[in-house]
Write a new protein. Structure first.
Length: 484
């Protein structure tokens, strides 16, 4: 029998064939012939002669260990489905199995599964890749593929259909398993996966309701390491956006009841005492000149007259811009005008009194009243999850949806909370803001989530140690978590 299989090896190298055991067929040698039986069938192959009747003798010969081709199985009446050819590519954390289909897929357009799994395919996979983590079971109505990675790996399937030409792609993941470390009662450091729909690994510091105190940390205009801002904090995560040249914070920042930075017009995490809530800060802004207060819009919430503390270029064509420095009117310019970092500005329609008639050097100040007043708050965005539902809408948070800071595949940082008042600090592996939002929204325990500054700023510290990613840059502010 061994000599007979060796004679067939050459012919099998170029053929797509399946071992008879995977087909549920028995193989034995009788009088120099290979005889196959099972499923009510009996047929044979005689080396040097070909297949015995009723099969055409010139069908492809058996391969090593009697492996059979689709053409033989179709001719003998064993299979009732069309063939699909397989291609396999291996990567460090996943395997991609691509099935080239004979026509439009008789499969769901998308499939997602966790854990060791078996996936039924209504095709005859005629060249199954022989790998230790893949097993196949063939039946006349199709093929079942079972995926079992090593026991120390986390298995996950994401399958999807592609056309032109028709293909079905199976991404078989083998990631590091989730972990949990209890830091102290009410606090856990976890690694887990979000699914959007492929797995996204996140590192999460979880705090139970009532177990924590939350503070903003940092100093406007100063970039520093998070650990230096709050060395005694149990957990730290980077905070809101800032101008990298001047370290000027962008958006509302309230620390200890003192407003350090004015609203830009995006969602903020706010609290008097935990648990926090998220909202677009409600405020009234005024320019105070000559003892009178004039109501104005602010930054991304414009009015007929709009005050700007960001961005660097302010005003709209047809407006005039006043720039204030050191509490006095410093310069007048047509809009749009550049706003130096040490100034604030107002823009208004040409000729509008009293702004059009103010003399250089006139004292003025910008006042903002928050409603309701809060002790702590930090503006960031976009909002990712609200009331347990996907809320990702960059335009609603004054972002360009195509902005590179949102579409770039990079580290993502966020703060999330549960309906019961639990709090999460989390940083993900490299993905996009939208995918992070989709993954968080799919978790039933997440009631809300707000994206923080991300990319190179994203960082999570626990007990004075950077836990993710491996490098961290200086930032202007952050959120600090303390035990009660």
């Amino acid at each position: 029998m061994r000599r007979l299989f060796a004679l067939l090896l050459f012919f099998a190298l170029a053929l797509a064939q399946v071992p008879p055991a995977w087909l549920g067929l028995r193989l034995e040698e009788k009088d120099g012939a290979l005889v196959y039986t099972g499923d009510g069938l009996r047929f044979y192959y005689l080396p040097g002669v070909g297949w015995g009747p009723p099969l055409p003798p010139d069908l492809p010969p058996p391969g090593p260990k009697g492996a059979l081709s689709y053409a033989v199985l179709k001719a003998v009446g064993w299979t009732r489905v069309l063939p699909a050819r397989a291609r396999l590519a291996e990567y460090p954390e996943r395997v991609r199995l691509v099935l080239d289909l004979p026509g439009e897929a008789a499969l769901p357009p998308r499939a997602i599964r966790e854990g060791p799994f078996a996936l039924f395919l209504p095709y005859f996979v005629e060249n199954p890749p022989d790998k230790p983590y893949l097993r196949y079971r063939y039946r006349p109505e199709g093929t079942t593929v079972t995926y079992e990675p090593p026991k120390d790996r986390f298995p996950f399937l994401f399958a999807f259909y592609l056309d032109a030409p028709p293909r079905y792609v199976l991404d078989l993941y083998r990631r590091e398993p989730p972990t949990t470390r209890v830091l102290r009662p009410g606090f856990r450091l976890k690694t887990r996966y979000l699914f959007a729909p492929y797995p996204i690994r996140v590192t999460v510091l979880e705090a139970d309701p009532g177990a924590y105190r939350l503070k903003t940390v940092g100093t406007p205009g100063v970039r520093a390491g998070l650990k230096e801002m709050a060395p005694l904090a149990l957990g730290l995560i980077n905070g809101g956006y800032f101008d990298p040249k001047t370290a000027t914070p962008i958006g509302l920042w309230v620390k200890g009841g003192v407003t350090l930075s004015l609203p830009y017009g995006r969602h903020a995490i706010l609290w008097e005492t935990p648990p926090p809530f998220v909202a677009k800060p409600r405020f009234k802004a005024f320019v105070v000149v000559g003892g009178r207060r004039y109501r104005v819009g602010l930054n991304a919430t414009p009015g007929r007259v709009t005050a700007y503390t960001v961005p660097p270029v302010v005003g709209r064509p047809g407006e005039e811009v006043l720039l204030f420095k050191g509490g006095r009117l410093w310069r007048r310019a047509p809009a749009p005008a550049e706003r130096p970092a040490d100034t604030w500005a107002i823009a208004y329609p040409l000729g509008l009194a009293p702004f059009a008639h103010l003399a250089l050097g006139t004292p003025a100040r910008l006042a903002v009243e928050l409603s309701p007043p809060v002790s702590e708050g930090l503006e960031a965005g976009p909002l990712l999850v609200d009331r347990g539902r996907l809320a990702y809408d960059p335009a609603a948070d004054a972002f360009d949806p195509k902005a590179i800071q949102l579409t770039k595949v990079t580290y993502q940082a966020a703060v999330a909370w549960t309906r019961e008042g639990g709090l999460w600090f989390l940083v993900s592996e490299k993905t996009t803001a939208k995918k992070l939002a989709e993954g968080l929204a799919a978790l039933p325990e997440v009631w809300g989530a707000l994206r923080l500054d991300s990319g190179g700023s994203a960082q999570l510290w626990v007990e004075g140690r950077l836990v993710y990613p491996t490098r961290a840059r200086a930032v202007v502010n952050g959120l600090a978590l303390y035990p009660r």
